[in-house]
Design a protein around this ligand. Structure first.
Ligand SMILES: Nc1ncnc2c1ncn2[C@@H]1O[C@H](COP(=O)(O)OP(=O)(O)OP(=O)(O)O)[C@@H](O)[C@H]1O
Ligand SMILES: [Mg+2]
Length: 663
């Protein structure tokens, strides 16, 4: 589908990568990984043609459609969210506008022959539009937007009023809707909450587009990709399987490489000793000469690299804050008519490490901003404890930086009387070495910007860290370093993250934010999910007050123990169960079929990913046909599944509505 042959790219005298070659096949899902600054975004820009490689070529069919989600935001035109999403289907738009003008022309046309031609064209257009899914495009767009977290009321608001993170979600929705041949997604999970992230995982598993995506999220990569391309020290290495298989295969390759290197070095030393002993003796000099030539011709195995250098830092021991860090009492927050919080009480104490969890739009970032003093409260009291020094890391970090400044200029602006030598030392720990400190902020990669902001955070010596998605854009080793630094941080931490791994490593409490209220749970994210699961169990035996909470984490409301009420509810639930059973059976059957189809697709993917398959052209064609049929089948089954699932929801909703009138 797309072939990249021997490309290299320089920035000034720095060679970013060299001799990179690979081939992308239809419908395969590949993860592009590599450290921050390795050149992943640059490679995407080369694939889309927005920048040119210094050598090599990219070959693709002329009509290949590529959907590209860049890592940084793009301005949004002045349309509603829904209209902007639908607009991406430009081919469809063209067809629809042609159809409209044709219909107008037909009303005026008198000549029977021209009318005949126009009618034929009209039929062809209608068929094409139907084929492209034009009639259900609005509902498909709405479904995708909902999956990525937009609620119905947002669909008709102007896209221009969205914040950066939401613009990225909208752009992602547009791309998914357009179903291009190839999707290039540069860190698509950065702006998603857990729920939308899981939705995206499922979506990508069923789309027919080929996918090349950059991500530093281990769970996401494990779920979605079938191959890994790693950009490392200027080379591209291919691995089959997901992220975990990549780790295993890489370890094996490194072991083999180290053993071959050692063998070759032993052999070289042996030959060198022979040469040393024999080169000056007349009788053996010619044999020594032939050994010298042999050494010259030998293909030397590169020494195994010591691994990439990683950032290393610890937050400096901060001055201690008072025991009560924040106290919120009856805090309200609203933006215009929209109420985000309606009276929350919360105490955050020194040493708390709290992960804020909740649906998108629940108000997690707003709460963090209120704690940081970036947003004021609309009502109630927010008391900041004694000697609290907050360090705030904003969600869209680039807003905090000045694109025209240099790296060293950024940190100097808050470094007080720190000497340039110490500043350079500190920047070195964040991997800005030598001339790199003179780089302009505007050319930094996503991860490099994130590192720069972390470095600035350190300089403030905060005892309370307020971090809004601090792992966004950081590569996996840097996330681990940040994890460790936060584990050792003696102060207080409030943070928002959608990296399940990271939350579990850092949090000792979870603040669940829901419907304008908050509730604090002990333990990390897994503990929180356990508590949630238990409360759902309790609910199914009838002791929860909230009926609608079935699919949600525990709410801030309490429990009810009225026995009579419990029995009445149990009876109602049985009645509902009987009503839902036939639909549920159909759903289960569809699920079994879907699972089998996915199984088949996986095995087809594995065979298509195997280089050996390509030795037999006929087999490849058969496999591709089966792949297409299987993908179509999955799409059809998923459609049916959705219809049943919606019906099931409607039955349940209707049932409770009816009973509500009675209760
Ligand atoms: N115009 C430019 N001039 C100089 N250096 C540049 C320019 N554009 C990019 N770079 C550098 O090239 C390197 C690769 O950048 P790129 O954005 O491709 O990295 P990346 O792999 O996507 O990293 P990240 O994971 O942080 O997003 C970075 O060190 C960046 O600073
Ligand atoms: Mg990048």
């Amino acid at each position: 589908m797309i072939t990249v042959q021997g490309i290299s790219k320089f920035f000034g005298s720095r060679e970013l990568f060299k001799d990179v070659s690979f081939h992308l096949r239809p419908a395969e899902r590949i993860g592009l990984i590599g450290s921050n600054g390795a050149g992943k975004t640059t490679l995407f820009q080369i694939l889309t043609g927005s920048i040119q490689p210094d050598t090599g070529s990219v070959t693709a069919p002329r009509n290949l459609s590529i959907g590209y989600l860049p890592q940084q935001w793009i301005p949004c035109r002045d349309k509603t969210v829904l209209a902007h999403a639908i607009d991406v289907h430009s081919q469809l738009n063209d067809l629809q506008s042609e159809l409209r003008s044709l219909q107008q022309a037909l009303e005026r046309e008198k000549d029977p022959e021209s009318i005949g031609d126009a009618v034929l064209r009209q039929a062809a257009l209608l068929e094409k539009i139907e084929h492209l899914g034009g009639y259900d495009i609005e509902s498909r767009a709405a479904k995708i937007l909902a999956g990525l977290g937009f609620d119905t009321s947002q669909l008709h608001q102007p896209a221009a009023s969205l914040s950066g993170g939401w613009i990225m979600r909208l752009e992602l929705s547009r791309l998914l809707l357009s179903e291009p041949d190839l999707l290039l997604l540069d860190e698509p999970t950065n702006h998603l909450d857990l729920e939308s992230l899981m939705w995206l995982e499922q979506y990508l598993l069923t789309t027919s587009s080929a996918i090349l995506l950059v991500s530093h999220d281990r769970s996401f990569l494990n779920k979605v990709v079938q191959r890994i391309f790693e950009l490392e020290l200027g080379h591209l290495h291919e691995y089959s399987g997901n992220y975990d298989s990549y780790l295993e295969e890489k370890a094996v390759r490194q072991e083999i490489h180290a053993a071959s290197y050692k063998n070759q070095q032993d052999r070289i030393r042996q030959v060198e000793r022979f040469i040393e002993r024999n080169r000056y003796r007349k009788s053996t000099a010619s044999r020594a000469q032939s050994r010298i030539r042999m050494l010259d011709k030998m293909d030397r195995i590169e020494a195994p690299s010591a691994g990439l250098e990683q950032i290393h830092f610890d937050f400096p021991e901060p001055p201690r804050s008072g025991k009560r860090v924040f106290e919120l009492s009856g805090v309200h927050k609203s933006y215009g008519n929209c109420s985000v919080y309606s009276g929350i009480d919360l105490v955050i104490e020194r040493g708390d490490r709290i992960a804020f969890i909740g649906e998108n739009g629940a108000g997690k970032s707003t709460l963090l901003k209120m704690l940081a003093g970036v947003e004021s409260v609309s009502g109630g009291d927010l008391t900041v404890g004694l000697k609290v020094v907050s360090g705030y890391y904003a969600q869209h970090q680039w807003e905090q930086l000045h694109s025209e400044w240099t790296v060293i200029g950024e940190v100097s602006s808050i470094a007080g009387d720190m000497t340039q030598t110490r500043l350079r030392g500190l920047l070195g720990a964040f991997l800005f070495k030598g001339e790199e400190v003179m780089k302009k902020v505007s050319v930094l990669s996503g991860g490099e910007k994130a590192r720069l902001i972390l470095c600035k955070l350190l300089l403030q010596r905060p005892n309370v860290l307020l971090l809004d998605e601090p792992t966004n854009h950081l590569d996996i080793p840097s996330r681990v370093v940040l994890e460790k630094a936060l584990e050792n941080f003696p102060g207080t931490i409030c943070f928002i993250s959608h990296d399940r791994h990271f939350i579990n490593a850092v949090a000792n409490r979870v603040l669940f934010v829901n419907a304008g209220r908050v509730r604090l749970f002990p333990g990390n994210y897994d503990d929180f999910l356990n508590i949630w699961a238990k409360s759902l169990e309790a609910e199914s035996t009838g002791c929860r007050e909230e009926r609608s909470g079935v699919s949600r984490p525990p709410s801030t409301s309490g429990f009810r123990n009225d026995r009579h009420d419990r029995r009445a509810r149990a009876e109602l639930r049985n009645e509902l169960y009987r009503l839902k059973r036939p639909l549920q059976q159909s759903l289960e059957e569809l699920e079994t079929e879907l699972e089998a189809a996915h199984h088949l697709l996986d095995s087809l993917n594995n065979r298509l990913a195997d280089p050996a398959t390509y030795r037999n052209g006929g087999e490849v064609q058969n496999l591709r046909n089966s792949h297409r049929l299987c993908t179509e089948k999955i799409r059809q089954l998923t459609g049916e599944w959705e219809v049943f699932a919606l019906r099931l929801e409607a039955v349940e909703e209707e049932f409770w509505k009816e009973r509500e009138k009675v209760i």
